[in-house]
Design a protein around this ligand. Structure first.
Ligand code: 3H9
Length: 708
């Protein structure tokens, strides 16, 4: 067999790793699309070709290089959790380190995880200027388990190793050379440069250092380097054991022999592999990539090229979106009606960048380059030549419609017209233009320059090309796109609305905002729903509910309706900005307020509800089940393409802890039948809002997961 069902992954080790003699150098080429991951076929091929090169009298040096302009993206993540087949990466590394001929790894594209660890067992590493190196295992709930914690610490010292491995960041060639990870940066053809390098090694009789035996960077290490990192981060590292184990391993490199250190790392890696956080994070890795794919659209539909953009509205949202685009290198015209609004918008952008630079999270040069990409303009004519226009004005139907008519009047044919609406009907917006096929929702999340999620909202008339272009565009600006259908709240806010109702019901029954927020925080959310509402401000929702009540679409007399937020607003408590909302505030510090509890007692009395103690476990289950049930409806109504898209939306836009994999994954982990039974029991107790989703009932009865 040559390929997997997708037709891409070669299973034949002779094809996955090829051998050729070039002058006096054995070139071992890893060719396993798409990313040259170190799956069984590659590992087998590498061992075989290394032995061949060692036995080959013509080969005086060995060069390991990747095909398709990339080195190796790490272990094959699809093999995790399955019994290992073929040799381990450590077997290959031993063969490399012990080789009596110089072994050189030549890296282009990415050298990540097990890929970089493989290279750390070579005698020399050379790379192109564009290579990106890193040990990102932490993002999968793991640690580098092929000697990375030991070899890297011995090469660059514990402080730099902690930084690289705990952040999982990718570093560029100059930084890698500065740290000593790369011995030589090759301009021009990598293979030629690597062969020349290998021949020089042979001519000079250099065999090169074996990193695992290096000791100078790991003796006399100040123990505070390790203890400070532990103390500073212990709280932040909730939910996953990987960061703790990484620190343990790096410490082990400073006190154990090479063999003991490698054994220590192996045990720590095994522990991480068995941590539920690992399975959750691997789920999200694949879910994120799946979310970028649009079902039912031919692969021949190509995205339009987007080389420039205009943003209408220089408010907080418009400014945040402009920052995202500018940071991705796109020239942006930021439009507003008055010079005053533009000046305020640009000042806000400058202020945000200054904060990032002061905090050390962005280099001044990068911030300056982004600001230089943003061109403030007045007048819609300025939008005539851009490829994409994103509207980010007030959430008022008439205003948005007016803005779209104006954009339609000036935008060039083929431009994509996007709305950042979180609440309005995309089809209605599209219908005010003469080109509904080019109109799409691009729902960014606040702060838009930080939050990764973008809901791409597809109206009924949007063309396939527009959808594909919007998804590709979101990817290109380093966001995580999730395709959503057009309904109230789309995916994320619709679920938020549903579980918000449940949280309010819990308040009525006897919980307090504080208790619910702490329970959600303990579950892993960065903040609970009431703190979040207070932060966002309660007045906007109040006005929207008042409109809906006036329009007859919301019944304040319904037994489920809890008018706490309305009463807080009536009392002038609009949240953090007024010093009081669900909580009272001293600056940004929230405290529970007995007055709010008294309001709840009053509402409960009016509704004849007896308030009583509620367990934290009940809070978490009710809120999670509300998310899951609504999520299942969203999938069956085809508002989301698949259950895992909901996990991606919640993990990247709503603070759902990544180490729990998202609400739909959480449900699968508990078993869909168990979740279904809980929901059915809630339905019996609390009534129709808990009607189990038909999809959930069907999948639970079939004893299957969401994907069948
Ligand atoms: C590790 O190494 C453990 C070791 O320490 C210890 C072992 C003992 N495996 O992201 P893309 C697939 S842990 C399998 O869209 P890009 C991906 O699913 C690993 N598959 O491309 C997708 O498939 P599809 C540490 C992988 O150009 C396709 O490749 N390494 C792997 O935007 C294209 O991916 C990492 O965590 C893999 N390792 O970005 C690196 N990687 O088309 C993970 C990718 O069917 N990978 N795929 O959806 C990445 O960060 C990015 O893929 C990369 C390319 C930056 C390389």
């Amino acid at each position: 067999m040559d390929a997997d069902p997708d037709g891409r992954w070669k299973l034949n080790s002779e094809q996955a790793v090829r051998y050729r003699i070039h002058d006096t150098v054995a070139v071992v080429l890893i060719d396993q699309p798409p990313v040259n991951a170190l799956g069984a076929a590659v590992r087998e091929g590498l061992i075989a070709m290394l032995h061949r090169a060692l036995a080959d009298e013509q080969a005086q040096a060995i060069l390991i290089i990747g095909a398709n302009d990339r080195f190796v993206a790490g272990a094959d993540i699809r093999e995790f959790g399955k019994p290992r087949q073929g040799p381990a990466i450590s077997d290959i590394q031993k063969a490399m380190e012990r080789a009596p001929k110089p072994v050189i790894c030549a890296m282009d594209g990415h050298a990540l995880g097990g890929g970089l660890e493989l290279a750390l067992a070579a005698h020399y590493r050379i790379a192109t200027p564009r290579v990106k190196l890193g040990l990102p295992e932490i993002q999968l709930g793991l640690l580098p388990g092929a000697g990375g914690t030991q070899r890297l610490t011995r090469l660059i010292g514990p402080e730099a190793a902690l930084d690289l491995i705990l952040t999982g960041k990718h570093i560029a060639a100059p930084r890698a050379a500065e740290l000593g990870i790369i011995d030589h940066i090759a301009e021009g053809d990598l293979q030629q440069a690597a062969i020349a390098f290998a021949k020089r090694c042979v001519a000079e009789g250099r065999l090169g250092p074996i990193l695992i035996e290096k000791a100078d960077r790991v003796i006399d290490v100040d123990p505070r380097i390790i203890s400070d990192v532990r103390a500073r981060n212990a709280k932040k590292w909730k939910g996953t054991i990987a960061p703790f184990k990484i620190v343990d391993c790096i410490e082990a490199a400073t006190r154990l022999s090479p063999d003991e250190g490698l054994l220590f790392e192996r045990a720590a890696f095994e522990a991480c592999s068995n941590d539920p956080a690992h399975a959750a994070m691997v789920h999200l890795f694949f879910a994120e990539r799946k979310a970028a794919k649009v079902n039912g659209i031919s692969a021949t539909t190509r995205p339009r090229s987007i080389g420039s953009a205009g943003i209408v509205g220089a408010g907080t949202m418009g400014g945040g979106i402009a920052m995202s685009l500018a940071e991705a290198g796109l020239p942006v015209k930021l439009l507003d009606n008055t010079q005053q609004a533009l000046d305020a918008g640009i000042a806000r952008i400058r202020h945000n960048y200054s904060l990032s630079v002061d905090r050390g999270s962005m280099a001044r040069a990068k911030a300056d380059a982004a600001i230089a990409k943003i061109n403030p303009v007045i007048g819609y004519d300025h939008l005539a030549d851009v490829d994409l226009v994103i509207e980010a004005v007030f959430e008022t139907r008439t205003i948005k419609h007016d803005v779209f008519r104006r954009i339609d009047a000036v935008a060039r044919p083929g431009a994509i017209l996007a709305t950042n609406t979180s609440a309005l009907d995309i089809d209605e917006i599209a219908s005010v233009t003469r080109r509904p096929q080019d109109v799409i929702g691009l729902h960014f999340f606040s702060p838009a320059n930080v939050m990764k999620l973008v809901e791409v909202v597809r109206g009924v008339l949007a063309s396939d090309e527009t959808v594909v272009s919007a998804m590709a565009f979101a990817n290109a600006i380093a966001k995580v796109p999730v395709l959503a259908g057009n309904c109230e709240g789309f995916i994320g806010n619709r679920i938020l609305q549903r579980y918000g109702t449940e949280a309010d019901a819990l308040l009525l029954e006897g919980a307090t905002p504080w208790q619910i927020d702490i329970a959600l925080k303990d579950f892993g959310f960065p903040m609970g729903i009431y703190l979040m509402r207070d932060l966002a401000g309660l007045d906007v929702g109040w006005r929207m509910r008042a409109n809906r009540i006036a329009a007859g679409t919301l019944d304040p007399a319904a037994p489920d309706y809890v008018p706490l937020a309305d009463r807080l607003c009536t009392a002038g408590r609009f949240g953090q900005k007024t010093g009081a909302g669900y909580y009272t505030y001293a600056g940004r510090t929230a405290s529970p307020d007995p007055a709010v509890d008294a309001m709840l007692d009053q509402i409960a009395a009016e509704k004849n509800v007896m308030r009583g103690p509620i367990e934290d476990e009940e809070i978490v289950w009710r809120i999670l089940c509300a998310m899951v049930n609504e999520g299942a409806d969203i999938v069956s109504e085809e508002i989301a393409q698949r259950a895992s898209d909901i996990d991606v939306a919640y993990a990247f836009g709503y603070g759902f802890p990544k180490y729990r994999g998202g609400p739909m994954f959480w449900a699968e982990q508990h078993g869909l039948p168990a979740v279904h039974d809980r929901i059915a029991a809630y339905a019996a107790k609390y009534g129709p809002r808990w009607q189990p989703s038909a999809l959930l009932s069907e999948r639970a009865a079939a004893g299957k997961g969401w994907d069948g």
